[in-house]
Design a protein around this ligand. Sequence first.
Ligand code: ADP
Length: 228
Amino acid sequence: MVEFKDVSVTYSSGVDALNKINLTVNDGDFAFVVGPSGAGKSTLIKLILKEIDATSGEVVVNGFNLRKLRRRKVPALRRTIGVVFQDFRLIPTMTVYDNVAFVLRVIDAPAKYIRSRVPYVINLVGLSHKAKSYPTELSGGEQQRVALARALVNDPKLIIADEPTGNIDPALSYEIVGLLKGINECGTTILMVTHEHDLVRHFGGRIININSGSIAFDEVIGGTNENK
Ligand code: ADP
């Protein structure tokens, strides 16, 4: 769960990036975060990951009160969150399998768990046949699926997808959002930042629209895709 209470962020340059934001994203929700460039979307995400601190107000993420959270506890917070970036951020010298396994190896997960969990999530994103491939041998859509598998492997409560379809073919964008929707149906909370209005209209659901550091609207809309 993500909760913002009267949260403001003023950067040292004097820019007010967020102004008294109030927002609750419950466990199991799926929400699109939209808004023009400079609106404050990245600032919102940086707060959730505790890359920056709020100037005032309170941010609670998955039970962690971020104002009170000590530096050495930040990794524990981040282990409850999976992040997918626009530019994939895969390790080019590692296979698909190792890119995903790496996340568990760095936290010293048991080898037996890694051997069962990694193929499971790679299968979930439909890439079992590419497990031994390297990122450069994959299409953009496939690379983003690997990034999604990597975000999922640690079984996070929340996935933040920051413009995940920004670098991939529009047709494949629907597949990525479809995958995120499927993951959400299994209980993971998802926040997806996007500029793509067509995608949002297609899938519908909760739309949090940020404009000039404030929430312009926060509503649930019906999708044009009847089946979703
Ligand atoms: P978005 O992600 O919606 O494009 P941002 O959260 O990146 O918006 O930016 C919100 C506002 O804060 C913008 O005016 C931006 O220029 C400013 N801003 C973002 N990061 C910084 C920073 N590190 N220092 C100063 N100003 C920043």
